[in-house]
Ligand binder design. Structure first.
Ligand SMILES: C[S@@+](CC[C@H](N)C(=O)[O-])C[C@H]1O[C@@H](n2cnc3c(N)ncnc32)[C@H](O)[C@@H]1O
Length: 254
């Protein structure tokens, strides 16, 4: 599912670049690039656009803000592999919430599965900051997991919502594991169930994971004057019940 979202984001970025007919510069901020899965994808797209189409002379400045320095090795490799005259990549090992950045300067702000690492008490600040940092017509493009709706002031409801969401994925991964004949695939599904258990525990303990519902995220974005123009549920798609899910989203400043 993560790969699907990352491909969706990269394809969208590529289409937007082609549509917008940028001829000089494009400024991108990625929040929480992790090991650079998404970063590599969109940088490859931009490089390909530049190589294949002389109409585009796209100069690109990319700021990566990653709080966890354990990912540095991966991200430094991304920088090393993409040193060219048309691309500058800056890596900041910092907390996005605390980092001082130039206002109204980014054409695109990207995040894949980072939003739910922002503490509940800082979520509004997170979206306000994104809204401030986007230039006019700029876009906030992201992938995110949303859980079933709950009352933020009711801890029992919050935990119930997390249990429903993660158990749904654990159930699906376990079924897939049992029905698969391929050992590598079986191990991937097993690993996924383990990761989901860890994620659930962290969410319950508010230990680095703070998932919200689609409705809560939309309300914080509205407050920040971010207008959600795309909010596509990628899966699971069996929905008379609100299980939560994985979403591809785009917001613009109002
Ligand atoms: C679930 S990982 C996703 C990584 C990557 N975007 C991907 O899709 O593979 C979330 C990432 O956000 C980073 N992160 C969490 N909070 C952050 C913050 N306040 N500022 C910058 N990065 C943050 C984490 O260290 C982690 O690398």
């Amino acid at each position: 599912m993560q790969n699907k979202i990352i491909n969706e984001i990269a394809t969208y970025i590529k289409e937007k670049i082609m549509d917008a007919n940028f001829t000089n510069s494009l400024k991108i901020l990625e929040i929480g690039p992790g090991t650079g899965l998404l970063t590599n994808k969109y940088i490859n797209c931009i490089n390909r656009i530049n190589e294949n189409n002389c109409k585009y002379r796209l100069f690109c400045e990319i700021d990566l803000i990653e709080i966890n320095s354990e990912n540095n090795l991966f991200l430094e490799n991304v920088i090393k592999n993409n040193q060219n005259q048309k691309m500058t990549i800056n890596l900041y090992n910092e907390n996005f919430i605390a980092k001082n950045l130039e206002k109204k300067s980014y054409d695109l702000i990207l995040s894949s599965f980072t939003n739910h690492h922002i503490q509940y008490t800082e979520v509004q600040l997170f979206y306000d900051k994104i809204s401030d940092l986007l230039c006019s017509k700029g876009k906030f493009i992201f992938g995110e997991e949303y859980v079933p709706h709950f009352d933020l002031n009711n801890d029992a409801e919050r935990i119930r919502s997390l249990v429903i969401y993660h158990n749904r994925i654990i159930f699906e991964a376990t079924s897939n594991m049992l029905f698969s004949n391929n050992e590598i695939e079986k191990n991937c599904f097993l690993k996924l169930t383990e990761l989901e258990h860890i994620s659930l525990q962290k969410g319950i303990n508010k230990d680095g994971e703070y998932k919200v519902s689609e409705k809560q995220a939309k309300s914080s974005m509205k407050e920040a004057k971010l207008n959600l123009v795309i909010c596509n549920k990628i899966g699971p798609k069996d929905d008379d019940v609100d299980w939560g899910g994985v979403y591809f989203c785009v917001a613009i400043t109002e």
